[in-house]
Design a protein around this ligand. Sequence first.
Ligand code: SF4
Length: 213
Amino acid sequence: MNFTVNDLNVKKFLAALKGMGIDSYVSNGETVLTLPVIRKAAKTCRKCGLANSRKNVVFGEGSDTAQLVFVGEAPGEEEDLQGRPFVGRAGKLLDQLIERIGLRREDVYICNVLKCRPPDNRDPEEAEIDACKPYLISQLGLIKPKVICTLGRHAYNTLLGVNERITRVRGTLRDYRGTMLLATYHPSFLLRNQEKIKEAWEDMERLKQLLRS
Ligand code: SF4
């Protein structure tokens, strides 16, 4: 599946890719991207300072034709070690949330705003988000899901270009470039605030209905 580029950020990103010697996205004179091409670019990316401390780039995984994409914040320690998203305690909880929709992890696609771990799991910085965002925009443009579920405030704010608290926007349905976007809590937050899990279950029920609609 290809992704025709019409986004300014992604165009700049493509120019950067070309500078890295990756130009296999040009097909029949038209600029296109594929998931393997951007995964390859991310693997060696040094567009922000997180490249210096990461052990692995955590690009994302799952079905590249998924109807549902989960977007989290950034890899944690275990994700950085394994190079896979949501594999620690928060990942186990995310698996349980996905099961409540009646799906399996391999049916959906899971990724983060940042592809590299911030030291000590600190919040992502604005410059890091700006540098990394084209990967996420490209992933979503290629997968073309029916619904995007943002996990926590950073994913929501990054995709919608706002600055909201998750407690204000959780459970709200928004439009992201013609795709439904539902905001829910980050599983790490749910591990620390277990009284909120019922709201997350309600969000999974909503996702199930949206996917059926
Ligand atoms: S976080 Fe994103 S922009 Fe920064 S080095 Fe990693 S892949 Fe590149």
